[in-house]
Write a protein that binds this ligand. Structure first.
Ligand SMILES: CC(C)(COP(=O)(O)OP(=O)(O)OC[C@H]1O[C@@H](n2cnc3c(N)ncnc32)[C@H](O)[C@@H]1OP(=O)(O)O)[C@@H](O)C(=O)NCCC(=O)NCCS
Length: 183
């Protein structure tokens, strides 16, 4: 259920720099998302230095764009757009939405929709036609959110992740960023 967002200042933005405080906030957010079971691949929070270096690294990689969501000016989650390698002309029209999470306390404020919309706007402005993403099928909120935002489920990999000794299936979604009549 959506929370009363009127008294909270919600914002999203693309970032190309993170200061020490930002790194600390985004690492806090990631740590709590990972601990709650939804942490872009990590099953348990890594040592803090690993997490902080991860974010510093993201900013150095040219084919990654980082978006952050804030609640009352504090970073509470993020997502990334990964663009294809330059040799991949055949798939140069599509990019990937990845590493999408909000800390549990920041869920239900509408930040998720705004973060994805910001990432989609960037992808459109960079000339991409299609956005792809994949998610563990146990991530109910994420799947609801993607379906509500018009993402089409086109396939499932039953060996997508391995958690606590069991395979977890993953769902693959896609969305056209433009209305294209002839494709
Ligand atoms: C995915 C995520 C960023 C969404 O943020 P959020 O603030 O929870 O998003 P919302 O509050 O809009 O909820 C998303 C949807 O789940 C629904 N929902 C809420 N609680 C739910 C629950 N317990 N079970 C299933 N769906 C639920 C909401 O109604 C909403 O659906 P709607 O858009 O059809 O109304 C956040 O839940 C998260 O970080 N999850 C863990 C990480 C993850 O799964 N990332 C995706 C990997 S790609």
């Amino acid at each position: 259920m959506a929370k009363n967002t009127q008294s909270w200042n919600v914002s999203v933005e693309m970032v190309t720099e993170l200061n020490r405080n930002d790194i600390s906030e985004i690492s806090d957010a990631a740590e709590s998302a990972i601990a709650a079971g939804g942490g872009f691949g990590w099953l348990t929070p890594p040592p803090r230095s690993v997490l902080e270096n991860y974010w510093k690294g993201v900013l150095l990689i040219p084919d990654r764009q980082l978006f952050v969501g804030k609640l009352d000016q504090v970073i509470v989650g993020s997502c990334q757009i990964v663009t294809p390698q330059k040799n991949n002309e055949a798939q140069a029209f599509a990019c990937q939405l990845t590493t999408f999470f909000l800390m549990p306390q920041a869920r239900g404020y509408g930040i998720a929709q705004r973060l994805v919309a910001e990432a989609e706007d960037y992808a459109r402005s960079a000339g991409f036609r299609v956005l792809n993403l994949d998610v563990r099928e146990t991530q109910d909120r994420a799947i609801h959110a993607f379906e509500a935002l018009g993402y089409e489920h086109f396939g499932t990999n039953k060996y997508y992740a391995f958690v606590d000794g069991n395979y977890v299936a993953g769902r693959y979604f896609t969305k056209k960023l433009y209305d294209e009549k002839n494709t």
